[in-house]
Ligand binder design. Sequence first.
Ligand SMILES: [Zn+2]
Length: 260
Amino acid sequence: MSMNGFIESHTHASMVPYDGFKSMAAKGINKAVSCAIVISARHAESYFDHFRMISGFYRQVAATCGVELFSAVGIHPVGIPDDWTRVIDRLPEFLRDDTVVAIGEVGMNHASPLEKDVLRAQLEVAVNHNVPVIIHTPKENRPHIVDITLNIAVQAGIEPGLLVIDHANLDIIKQINDFGAIPGITVREQNMTPEVLVENLDLFKNGMLNSDYSNIMPNDPVGLIKAVEYMQSRQIDLNIIQEMAGGKAARVYRLPAGVD
Ligand SMILES: [Zn+2]
């Protein structure tokens, strides 16, 4: 049985090779959400140009390959500009674009005072505009950082169902589920493997699969398909697969029903 209409719920379109977009379409991924990241950014303008590059230029490139591209806007913790409050001030303007569907990718690597301030400000924008937020989790000290993140989210007053905690794994899944947030599940060797996912499916089945493609580590632009194919081979209910590989993302990001 073939399935299609998959959604890549977290990628970085400006790093995806042309063949990566072609592979997405060939594997049945016809929509994708690109998360903002400007590594080592020092100027707010770097983010403004990045947002425009994704929602304009790369949306067109993806479309020529058969992938409808949406985007999230926000300040990634790997590049917090000196004048970061200027980005916060203009986020509402970028959110007015119909193809901008979330705040993200935001979050913390070290829970420094600056990272906390930047995260808090972005969660407040999300609450004020009733949009979902995609939260990055770090490589180290993860349960502690997630704990601080969730506390800031409570203070901001975000609805748990609009909070996506990404790179979920066994170490933080209970915190995510107890909060009522949505697990983002990055499928790759150094994050979630298809085997661990299927062994613990009850913990993760409320989540959204993604590949989080970038050029800063070993990566696969269609990594999430490995989980889809492995789940199919293990006779997992097709409704669960379809939900994790697209259905949930379509609702959370309120994506328009597309032509498949
Ligand atoms: Zn990412």
